[in-house]
Design a protein around this ligand. Structure first.
Ligand SMILES: [Zn+2]
Length: 324
């Protein structure tokens, strides 16, 4: 063993590469364990899984606990399909900030001749999706999106609160089991005055944190740094952090040496949706909005990572908090 093979100070980029490799290994190990222990089922595409009974048992308990924790909001319950009309998607401006995560629905509108051409391409083993046409539908990337177009042009001065849970889709294939392409968020949305929107976000951060900690998870609340796209996106991301618009509840799923993963968030949109959707409060001012979002699959998988894949062996206080 020579000194040159083992320098006392490793170059910084080697340390970063080692750490990235260790993180990838930790992600692969958790994924392998969830699949081997029958929690998730590999559907053959990164970030898409089937779920088994044990997953559903914990997932359902997490969702119910989240709902109980926001009971005092007396929020109006709304449910939406996993797709939204293109026109509604347009008004959210999502495509400007996250084009790489967006996904659209296509359908076949051709005639017999086009169908024959499609089948011939398929027979040759070629891709045939180019024979489909955009269907003016987008996969919903954030479950609260549809609500802003539905509240009309005025909300009462005290605001309105909504309980929304549904499917989200974001095109970011990954082998990290904490990063799914198709997932669910349970959101508690408030549309009201600047003060009521801010109070909705800030006032509920302590109780969200306490709830997640009661699940036996180590939680930190940190300013979020969303992956806005491109050069303009870097500016948007900086604004988001500087103005402390969004906070994330993060937990060290892969141990203290690696960056923790966000499992929930508390997001102040200010007048973004109020302006885009033309919503005002009773006094005529542009409405502000805020969202509390529980990442249901992420919380569930963080629980399996922290306590093992058999919920019957979890600490009593964790099972009590989840009413498991
Ligand atoms: Zn939202």
């Amino acid at each position: 063993m020579t000194i040159t093979e083992h320098p006392t100070t490793a170059p910084a980029d080697t340390a970063v590469a080692d750490s990235a490799a260790a993180l990838d290994a930790a992600r692969a190990a958790l994924r392998a364990r969830l699949l081997a222990d029958g929690v998730l089922i590999d559907l053959g595409s990164p970030g898409l899984y089937g779920r088994t009974g044990v997953f559903e048992r914990v997932y359902t308990a997490v969702d119910a606990a989240a709902v109980r924790s926001q009971h005092d909001l007396d929020a109006e319950v709304l449910r939406f399909p996993p797709v939204e009309p293109l026109a509604a998607f347009e008004r959210t401006d999502y495509i400007a900030s996250f084009p790489d995560l967006a996904a659209s629905i296509s359908g076949f509108t051709g005639d017999d001749r086009t169908h024959r051409a499609l089948l011939a391409a398929r027979e040759r083993g070629e891709r045939w999706e180019s024979f489909l046409q955009p269907a003016d539908l987008m996969l919903t990337p954030a479950v609260c999106h549809p609500v802003y177009g539905l509240v009309g042009d005025t909300v009462p001065q005290e605001g309105r609160s909504f309980d929304i849970v549904g499917d989200s889709f974001r095109r970011e294939p990954s082998l990290d089991p904490m990063r799914l392409q198709a997932f669910h968020m349970h959101e508690f949305v408030h549309i009201g005055t600047p003060a009521s929107a801010e109070a909705h976000r800030d006032g509920r951060i302590p109780m969200m944190r306490a709830l997640l900690e009661s699940f036996g998870l180590a939680i930190d609340v940190v300013p979020a740094n969303d992956p806005f796209f491109g050069r303009v996106g870097q500016m948007l991301a900086r604004n988001q952090v500087e103005q402390s618009l969004k906070f994330e509840f993060v937990t060290p799923v892969y141990g203290p040496d690696h960056e923790p993963t966000a499992i929930s968030s508390a997001n102040l949109h200010e007048d973004h949706f109020g302006t885009s959707f033309g919503i005002r409060t009773a006094d005529g001012a542009v409405a502000h909005s805020a969202c509390l979002a529980f990442g249901l699959e992420r919380i569930t998988i963080a629980l399996f990572a922290a306590h093992g894949t058999d919920p019957d062996t979890w600490p009593t206080e964790v099972r009590t908090a989840l009413a498991l």
